[in-house]
Design a protein around this ligand. Sequence first.
Ligand code: NAP
Ligand code: COA
Length: 261
Amino acid sequence: MRMDLDFSGRHVMVFGGTTGINLGIADCFAQRRGRVAVVSRKQENVDAAVAQLSRHGGEVLGLVADVRDPQAVQAAIEASVARFGAIDVLVSGAAGNFLADAKDLSPNGFGVVVDIDLKGTFHVMRMAWPHLAKPGASVINITAPQGQRPVRRQVHACAAKAGVDQLTRVLAQEWGAEGIRVNAISPGPIGDTEGVRRLVANSPESKKRAEARIPLGRFGELDDIGNLAMFLASPFAGYLSGAIIPCDGGGTIEADRYRPE
Ligand code: NAP
Ligand code: COA
């Protein structure tokens, strides 16, 4: 079920928008008549995403760039702006993660996740700055509960997403005067996504156990995140900035993993 909003003519740019949660976000905006650009590393993912998004009949652009490369990010932004004009909605969601004990993690393994999630998000925001609609742009970073809660075997992602949370808050402070709102969505486990497969549940049994720890008793759906992104991009969220918003069925307040049966 999707919110009934209209993004006709609005330029929506989604970094990491070719699979999973971020593609779900892009799809929501494409269905609501936004002019949507999606960016990621792999041409095959870009092509598949463009094919999916184009089915809604609107204008779609797919671009290849690695968020670790500021020049590539800048080139993608300039190409999208040349086609669709100033950016109204900027989503930064490219990320990498895997399970590894810190004692076994190589410096490069730690660094690669920080480079993609944290430095990549800075590159996206920094390079987009000259092209954001002023006033009115909505910047949405995709963070994770690991940004605020420690999670074993994910020291790399915990550190990186904590940084994303602070980027969100500081740039909300700095960019508010230009009428730009900056927020982050912190999803819980969402459907059949790469993040869930790698980190949370890779069998029906482990999924059942994980769902039992969520107050609403289920994993989220792509549209749960897409609806929140559309709300954040809409005038209804006009006084919302600097917020890290959990969308997780209450999962992050459920610290009581050892509650009585
Ligand atoms: P996913 O399907 O693996 O999506 C990651 C996206 O980022 C892909 O489009 C990938 O495409 C792109 N990407 C990866 N590295 C990149 C790079 N260096 N430069 C540019 N693009 C890059 O993952 P997901 O599970 O949907 O997660 C999406 C976001 O939600 C992430 O920020 C994640 O931390 C967050 N999140 C997910 C969950 C969950 O339940 N899945 C929960 C909490 C938070 P290419 O491979 O083509 O580059
Ligand atoms: N456990 C421990 N270390 C790992 C690892 C794992 N599962 N996967 C990768 N690494 C380490 C590598 O060993 C390497 O370090 P080294 O040079 O010291 O050996 C370092 O991470 C970089 O790996 P590489 O495969 O070269 O990185 P990449 O740039 O090709 O890919 C990743 C980046 C590793 C994050 C990859 O998993 C990826 O592309 N992920 C995107 C999708 C994703 O993670 N989605 C879920 C989002 S929540």
